[in-house]
Design a protein around this ligand. Structure first.
Ligand code: G
Ligand code: G
Ligand code: MN
Ligand code: NA
Length: 247
């Protein structure tokens, strides 16, 4: 099975599916979502993104694929004016020379409100090519878009970039949430991240929250924005949004 060709065909023949995972605030309310793509292969069934995103990144397919995810997300925004929407942007997609224009054009086309859009990027992106990345982030910030650092804490990078870039939010990687509340080094790391975020006035989202004990610990250290199976798994966009509209 020749993945690259199949993925190209899959994108063209509308086999990609937009899934959303809820983000919950201290009141237990869903205030936003993260877009997570899946590939519904006609024979192989639902393929998770870690099986095709790296390939898409290597082959450049991430450019049309990422554009699809962004556009599908922006199209949902008008109907759901009380929610924020986060989209993962891979390094190659972000570095593509047309990225800013592409985002601008999709915003114009869909009429989506950029103030409710967050782009999730990884630390690695910011370290390599710092000057280019920061210039581009500032251009997108001017449009009203926010930035979140995904998988925060896994990149082994210096923290100095946090104050030099237009970043609004950190997402604590789920590997640090896993061991809470008992693992004392995870607890210390999470508390340290909270202190850094407070100092720099950044929002913090904890990823991979699966238990009530993790929830309680995170609340106790002031981390009030949560994402994880405890609140909801990624599910088809229409399904989650329909449920949120009813409540
Ligand atoms: O959805 P899941 O929890 O299985 O996601 C696995 C990985 O795939 C995560 O690292 C996530 O960031 C990535 N991923 C999911 N959807 C997208 C997408 O639309 N674009 C990019 N670049 N990565 C995505
Ligand atoms: O890398 P990124 O943070 O974008 O990807 C999120 C990934 O984490 C997706 O693969 C998503 O399905 C997964 N995920 C979300 N919540 C949980 C959780 O509570 N537990 C576990 N094990 N995985 C989760
Ligand atoms: Mn993410
Ligand atoms: Na992550």
């Amino acid at each position: 099975f020749e993945l690259e060709g199949e993925l190209r065909k899959g994108l063209e023949s509308q086999q990609l599916r937009l899934y959303l995972q809820p983000k919950t605030n201290r009141d237990g309310l869903v205030y936003g979502t993260e877009s997570l793509v899946r590939w519904e292969h006609p024979e192989k069934g639902l393929i998770p993104p870690d099986r095709f995103i790296p390939l898409a990144e290597d082959t450049g397919m991430i450019i049309p694929l990422g554009e699809w995810v962004l556009k599908e997300t922006l199209l949902l925004m008008k109907e759901h004016p009380h929610l924020t929407f986060a989209v993962n942007i891979s390094p190659r997609q972000f570095r593509n020379c047309n990225f800013v224009e592409q985002v601008q054009q999709l915003l114009n086309e869909t009429g989506a409100d950029p103030k409710r859009l967050t782009l999730e990027v990884t630390e690695g992106l910011l370290i390599t090519d710092f000057n280019q990345s920061s210039k581009r982030m500032l251009e997108l910030q001017k449009l009203g878009i926010s930035f979140s650092i995904d998988d925060f804490g896994t990149g082994y990078s210096s923290l100095s970039y946090l104050k030099k870039l237009p970043i609004n939010e950190l997402k604590i990687d789920r590997s640090f949430v896993d061991g809470l509340p008992d693992d004392s080094s995870d607890a210390l790391l999470v508390e340290t991240m909270m202190a850094v975020a407070k100092h720099l006035e950044l929002l913090v989202v904890a990823e991979g929250v699966e238990t009530q004990e993790q929830q309680a610990y995170l609340y106790s250290v002031g981390c009030n924005l949560h994402q994880g199976y405890f609140y909801g798994k990624p599910e088809p966009a229409e399904q989650l949004l329909a449920r949120l509209k009813k409540t």
